[in-house]
Ligand binder design. Structure first.
Ligand code: NAD
Length: 298
């Protein structure tokens, strides 16, 4: 049965607008974030705050998480103060973060041993998609839990996919997506650097390529919303998060003994040059390339 009380842990760039959409859909949403400024902003729009991960696990029967790194996800789920340790068997937890498929499976195993249901459900569509509730959601986990979660997921996303029963499968699709988004991001930066050198206007290049074979959603996103505005913060998917996802994609490929020549090269390149760009939007790959001479590694 659908409950009106929902927990949401991680009220950051993505989590805040997703939790807001749950509020707008009429749910009572309990928000937790280590950044108390985010909790304060959440209370201002009608969310309930003042809980910890451990106390939240006893207050509601469904909890979403949107957390920055695999390490944080592991702590929030499997730590002493975590959801699995403190949750009861009527709890369902849905992780919207991008982590490794192995961690999805590790968390699922620990949760299921306590009778807690778990879905690995990474999302795609940027902050604008989170605000507009148009995210793609890629779910790994059992069909029954997926069916239970669907009405909630429909309040945050538009295209919801049950990828398979394996808890890590949604994440593999998400990492494929972000490998492509990362390579396209670098392609946009390199394309515009040639345009600069040739004295070509960016708009001219964008208008032509956008109706030609170099067209991509990332070109439109990165150029229209960020590079053309010379604004690299608002609505950010940070370069640090992209680098995390590219490393995870390489890790998954290696686990299948695959090869990612560009994916691996991009990780090395970003690691050498990320310093001033880690907290900026991914479109700042253009700045990284053009602001100063980049390090190309060994
Ligand atoms: P973010 O850093 O803006 O938000 C993460 C939030 O988690 C922060 O508010 C932080 O204070 C909070 N947090 C950290 N540790 C915590 C803890 N122990 N307990 C409670 N809260 C804690 O990151 P984001 O951009 O919102 O991304 C969240 C996840 O979604 C990441 O896994 C990211 O890869 C993924 N994602 C991001 C985007 C995007 O465009 N930003 C798009 C799709 C997926």
């Amino acid at each position: 049965m659908e409950t009106k009380k929902v927990g949401f842990i991680g009220l950051g760039n993505m989590g805040f607008p997703m939790a807001n959409n749950l509020l707008r859909a009429g749910y009572t949403v309990y928000g937790v974030d280590v950044n108390k400024e985010n909790e304060k902003r959440f209370a201002e729009i009608g969310g309930i705050v003042g809980f910890t991960t451990a106390t939240l696990a006893n207050e509601v029967t469904i909890i979403f998480t949107s957390l920055p790194t695999p390490k944080v996800v592991e702590d929030v789920y499997l730590g002493i103060e975590g959801l699995v340790e403190n949750g009861k068997s009527n709890l369902t937890i849905i992780d919207l973060s991008t982590i490794s498929p192995e961690l999805n499976k590790k968390v699922a195993k620990a949760a299921l041993e306590k009778g807690i249901q778990y879905l690995g459900s990474p999302v795609s569509g940027s902050v604008s998609g989170a605000e507009a509730a148009t995210l793609s959601v890629m779910v790994g986990g059992d069909k029954k839990t997926y069916s239970f979660a669907l009405p909630y997921l429909k309040t945050i996303g538009k295209n919801i996919f049950h990828v398979g029963e394996d808890h890590g499968l949604g994440t593999i699709v998400k990492l494929i997506n972000n490998l492509m988004a990362g390579i396209h991001t670098q392609a946009v930066a390199e394309a515009l650097s040639i345009a600069d050198a040739a004295g070509l206007d960016h708009d001219t290049v964008y208008r032509i390529v956008n109706v030609s074979t170099g067209q991509s959603g990332i070109f439109t996103r990165n150029y229209k919303n960020f590079i053309a505005q010379d604004e690299y913060y608002e609505g950010a998917f940070t370069t640090a998060l992209l680098l995390k996802d590219l490393k995870l994609a390489n890790y998954v490929s290696n686990s299948f003994e695959g090869k990612l020549p560009l994916g691996e090269g991009l990780v090395n390149y970003l690691e050498s040059n990320i310093e001033d760009y880690a907290d900026k939007d991914i479109s700042s790959a253009y700045l990284m390339l053009t602001e100063e001479k980049v390090k190309l590694g060994e």
